[in-house]
Design a protein around this ligand. Structure first.
Ligand code: ADP
Ligand code: ZN
Length: 633
């Protein structure tokens, strides 16, 4: 375990409880002792004084009762009582000078002596029950009060937490002894790793920075889509620096009762500080730190939790040694207070992997899996554009499962393809019985997608067409995704809309206008979503070109009542969206009408072979041509 650089007093209820308890105890001891003292008067006198007076004929002491280390002294004349604690027990009282002056005397001499000097009496010291009774009289009320007080404190706390124990952070601690994740386990994302390497250095050598008066960052915000490896990277930072890793997810706070979130945050930070240097990882921080105005009347609980996080971070010393890493896929949603200097002022973007990064990620995940020599991870990397690291890890795992199920000793290219398609759409359903009509319909539907996609100039190349049902689809047309372009043109998007319409249009052309089936539902949904996005978010409308219609951060259609624009504008938006899908349908129809022979040929080939790959598609599709009516430019 790493050494804690600094321990701060644990300023929680425990301390307070003990202080109050101690006070109560002292108070009770004082009270009880005075109650137990016969005369009600207590006087502490040094033993030497007592001895001196005992040996003085005018010392005025009538009797000394020695009971263990206590001396009870009764004074003459007055009913005076005092007690001496013999702290120094080295040597007997006799050796220390307390001598019984009247020893050996008798009769009048004894009486005379006793009138001047004290009688010294030794009593059995360990009268256990006397002591026990004394102690019990003092202790019992104290214990009762302590217990009562304790339960009150707990009740107060649990009222705060609704239930006892809820306040404890369920943070997971990954100590250095747990399987260490390092930057080697994180493929790609070089720039993010570089930014984080600095954090590792802060954790390893804080002195280096302190000496130069540099402020060590307290918070790092990792921004990126789900599955891009944010958690993995945060763990790698902890692994590289060999410090403990505490993690909690923002969404866990969401389900908590009032006050619990804040108390968990407190607990988590206390733990992390105790184990400093350390890392606190807060996943999905947007769950608690959304803009205060983003959701109508943001939950008070979230706000309390967020405030507690801010309070804890503001309370860090420069050398607290705790670095908070938070992850989000919605930076735009975050409360600005979180991003201020001294809080999460370092931002690291984690992006979806590019092709070469995807290959690296695949290599990481296939490293310990047996693969056939000719397995082509490059090809898999090529067709997984847009996939996250988590998707790729998932494909790797599915490939191993598929290979095992098929009884392969090593993972084959076929296993890879099956895993890829299974992850993308769902498992193949060879058993799903389709009647001849359904098969024919599916064949024309997929052929429609393929031909429209093939012919339109800004569409991606067709990669594979199949009428084997998979997941919830009857068939699939795979397009090779474009390689990692940051921007898409309006032409590309319009071609995507048209090829998506291609399926339904082909069905209509062959089976008649009213023979429409539910098979195109997901295509139509895709068209609806994409065209909406183009108008509302991208400013791609005809009459609304360059105008966007943001609806706050909750999305366009969720709060229909709070549109920040007029009814007229809403109508215009609807028209524009409809315009895009109508145009797409018209273009698809134009293409398919112009290529009816190709459509028939492709559908027939599909019915015969079920699946056609690029090289089998090529000879059929090469005859298809683009009609002028489908041209955009
Ligand atoms: P996030 O926190 O961004 O949602 P995770 O870190 O939880 O993503 O990623 C989930 C899994 O995906 C990881 O455990 C890992 O197996 C895999 N993964 C994601 N990104 C990478 C990467 N860059 N290199 C290797 N594996 C990755
Ligand atoms: Zn379709």
């Amino acid at each position: 375990m790493p050494q804690a650089t600094k321990k701060k007093p644990n300023k929680n209820n425990n301390l307070l409880r003990w202080v109050i308890f101690t006070f109560l105890l002292l108070f009770f001891c004082a009270m009880m002792t005075s109650l137990l003292a016969p005369s009600g008067a207590i006087e502490e006198v040094p033993l030497s004084d007592v001895i001196a007076r005992a040996n003085d004929e005018n010392g005025n002491i009538a009797k000394i009762t020695v009971e263990g280390s206590n001396l009870k002294i009764t004074l003459r004349g007055e009913d005076y009582y005092t007690q001496v604690s013999r702290k120094d027990t080295s040597g007997t009282l006799y050796e220390q000078g307390l001598i019984n002056q009247c020893e050996g005397l008798a009769g009048d001499e004894l009486t005379n002596c006793q009138s001047k000097y004290p009688t010294i009496e030794y009593v059995e010291a360990s009268n256990f029950w006397d002591y026990a009774l004394d102690i019990a009289i003092i202790a019992i009320p104290v214990i009762i009060i302590f217990l009562f007080f304790n339960s009150m404190m707990r009740q107060a706390q649990s009222m705060n937490n609704q239930s006892m124990g809820f306040g404890k952070a369920k943070a997971k601690l990954y100590g250095p002894d747990k399987k260490k994740v390092t930057f080697q386990d994180v493929a790609g994302n070089e720039s993010a790793k570089q930014d984080l390497a600095e954090i590792v250095d802060f954790l390893k050598e804080p002195k280096k920075y302190e000496k130069l008066g540099a402020k060590i960052p307290r918070g790092v915000l990792l921004a990126g889509e789900p599955g891009t490896g944010k958690t993995l990277m945060a763990r790698a930072v902890a692994g590289e620096a060999s410090v403990p890793f505490f993690s909690i997810s923002g969404s866990e706070f969401a389900e908590m009762f009032v006050g619990v979130g804040a108390s968990r945050v407190r607990d988590l930070f206390t733990k992390a500080k105790k184990n400093a240097p350390s890392i606190i990882f807060i996943d999905e921080i947007d769950a608690v730190a959304h803009k205060r105005d983003a959701r109508g009347g943001a939950g008070r609980e979230d706000e309390q939790t967020l405030n507690q996080i801010l309070v804890e971070m503001d309370g860090f010393d420069n050398d607290s040694g705790v670095i908070v890493i938070a992850a989000t896929n919605r930076v735009d949603m975050l409360d600005k207070a979180l991003l201020r200097p001294g809080r999460f002022d370092r931002h690291v973007n984690v992006t979806l992997p590019e092709r070469k990064d995807r290959l690296e990620i695949l290599n990481v995940h296939f490293k310990n899996k047996p693969v056939e020599k000719d397995v082509n991870l490059e090809a898999l990397a090529a067709k997984t554009a847009g996939s996250s690291g988590a998707d790729l890890a998932n494909i790797a795992n599915e490939a191993a499962i598929t290979a095992a199920r098929e009884g392969h000793k090593e993972i084959t290219n076929g296993d890879l393809t099956e895993a890829f398609e299974r992850v993308a759409i769902g498992p193949e359903r060879k058993s799903k019985a389709m009647n001849d009509h359904e098969r024919k319909l599916t064949a024309y539907h997929e052929a429609g997608h393929a031909i429209v996609g093939h012919v339109l100039p800004d569409s991606d190349p067709v990669h594979k067409v199949t009428i084997i049902p998979r997941g919830r689809t009857g068939g699939v047309t795979w397009f090779l995704p474009p390689e990692d372009r940051s921007y898409k043109s309006i032409y590309e998007l319009k071609d995507i809309l048209a090829r998506a319409m291609g399926g339904r249009i082909a069905e209509k052309l062959i089976f008649g206008e009213d023979a429409v089936t539910t098979g195109a539902a997901s295509d139509l949904q895709h068209v609806a979503e994409l065209s909406k996005e183009m108008i509302v978010e991208e400013g791609m409308g005809k009459a609304t070109r360059d105008l966007v219609f943001p609806e706050g951060s909750t999305g366009y259609y969720t709060i229909a009542t709070s549109k920040p624009y007029s009814e007229k504008t809403a109508e215009l938006i609807d028209q524009e969206i409809k315009g895009l899908s109508n145009e797409a349908a018209a273009r698809a129809e134009a293409v398919l009408k112009a290529n009816k022979p190709v459509l028939d040929k492709l559908a027939e080939a599909l019915l015969k072979h079920e699946t056609l790959e690029e090289k089998e598609l090529e000879p059929i599709l090469k005859d298809a041509k683009l009609p002028v009516t489908a041209k955009l430019r």
